[in-house]
Design a protein around this ligand. Structure first.
Ligand code: RNT
Ligand code: ZN
Length: 432
């Protein structure tokens, strides 16, 4: 390195360290120990969704696109990943800009199908060996999702709850394949895979046989879970939803349906932040659900006016979720996944923004003086509680975040933007 550059680097390093020392004192006044906080931050592993890299297209066929299911990616920014190699390269780039050690969340359509079309009910672990080797090499865990959309057999709007026995059987088989794939991944990585099920089933307009469809969905799930798999390697989770495009009037797999199913069958439940009425918050649901389910999988997302799956930012909803994870002391029962897809901006940046903001929210929550706030609340010192929560907002949180990035060997502050710009120039812009 040129000596001037070295000087600038050392100066910056000193600033980061000095700011951190000041922050340490400010937080110590409140009884918050920053070494403890950073030790916890190091253990936070997000489940990063592969599908931000190619707008939920997958690799079943050349130029696959998201279709059906009422979820939608808009935009046409250059550089969408067109192959596993490209997607892996893009995810690796993103991971190098996010502090900590994170997991990657796959969907069944992202297998290595070797230029052949493999039906969804015929996929098997060998189609995911490429991902397993990649994950081994990077020493990261993987999670998995059945894919029950973007397929002709989902076009009717019903999959696991279809009244057509042949279609329903097809999707039951698909999910059973996906569970076996999950177990194999878990085994080979020696790291439990969370397997998530979301289906688009529902109807655009009034439905007279809600009960009929829900009975079918229940029956399909019963058949799927009849097969007992080693819980050391797989944990299933079910994701409910309020509505989708084309399923405005009725969604078979609603919140109430899956929550009941998960409670009864001791499964995990997936809370997606875009899947509720806009004034409901996922943060509030954590303590209500956690005592009764095997665990919670979060799909952190940002809905703008609807379940629009915008890139996650550090907003009140995300902070509330983080506060509730920390306050319920449930980091071991809650898996923090991301779920959004924006094709209108650089896709690697979209991952990095969402992941860094989610991590910031957790850090922000960890920096709160739990005991002090509790003593205010229990002592009916309510103005003090509110005042303290407001004062926390202007403590040197950013200095702790910078120090965490510095210690994690990832770019500090805005420095990652340049790296994504360079990658776009040398790499993404070559993809025509
Ligand atoms: C759809 C659900 C689901 C999907 C992914 C791609 O509304 O949120 O989780 O986003 O499976
Ligand atoms: Zn989701």
């Amino acid at each position: 390195m040129h000596s001037l550059l070295v000087d600038v680097f050392l100066m910056k390093e000193n600033q980061i360290k000095n700011s951190f020392k000041i922050a340490e004192k400010r937080y110590a006044e409140l009884g918050v120990n920053l070494s403890d906080v950073l030790a916890i931050m190091k253990t936070i592993s997000l489940s990063i969704h592969c599908w931000q890299g190619d707008d939920v297209g997958g690799f079943e066929r050349p130029n696959s696109e998201l279709s059906g299911g009422g979820i939608l990616a808009t935009g046409n920014y250059l550089g969408k990943a067109r192959s596993i190699i490209e997607l892996q390269s893009d995810i690796s780039k993103a991971l190098s800009l996010i502090p900590g050690n994170h997991r990657v969340n796959l969907h069944a359509i992202y297998g290595d199908f070797g230029n052949k079309f493999i039906e969804r009910n015929e996929i098997d672990p060998k189609h995911f060996q490429t991902w397993i080797e990649w994950a081994k090499g990077k020493k990261i865990g993987l999670d998995f999702n059945s894919t029950l959309f973007s397929h002709p057999k989902a076009d009717s709007g019903y999959t696991l709850s279809s009244k057509n026995p042949e279609i329903r059987k097809f999707w039951i088989d698909h999910v059973m394949r996906c569970r076996e794939i999950s177990v194999e991944i878990g085994k080979q990585l020696n790291n439990k895979v969370i397997h998530n099920i979301w289906i688009p089933d529902g109807s655009k307009d009034v439905c007279v046989d809600r009960f009929g469809y829900r009975r079918l969905l229940k029956d399909s799930l019963d058949r799927i879970f009849e097969q007992e798999l080693n819980p050391q390697y797989i944990q299933d989770s079910l994701e409910g939803k309020l509505f989708g495009i084309g399923s405005e009037a009725f969604v078979v797999g609603s919140h109430d349906f899956y929550l009941s199913y998960a409670v009864k069958n001791n499964l995990m439940y997936t809370l997606d932040s875009g899947h509720f009425h806009p004034t409901e918050t996922v943060g509030d649901k954590i303590s209500a659900i956690l005592p009764f389910v095997k665990g919670i999988l979060l799909h952190i997302s940002r809905g703008l006016r609807w379940d629009s799956d915008h890139v996650v930012i550090l907003n009140d909803q995300v902070i509330e979720i983080a506060e509730e994870i920390i306050r319920t002391n449930a980091l071991d029962k809650i898996s923090i996944g991301l779920d959004y897809f924006d094709a209108s901006i650089n896709r690697i940046a979209a991952w990095v923004i969402g992941a860094r903001s989610t991590l910031k929210s957790i850090l922000y929550a960890l920096l709160q003086p739990k005991e002090l706030l509790l003593s205010y609340e229990n002592g009916a010192k309510l103005f003090q509680r509110l005042a303290m929560l407001e004062e926390l907002k202007s403590l040197p949180f950013g200095a702790v975040w910078d120090y965490f990035c510095y210690k994690s060997n990832v770019p500090i502050g805005k420095d990652w933007i340049k790296e994504v710009e360079d990658y776009e120039k040398t790499n993404l812009s070559q993809r025509k």
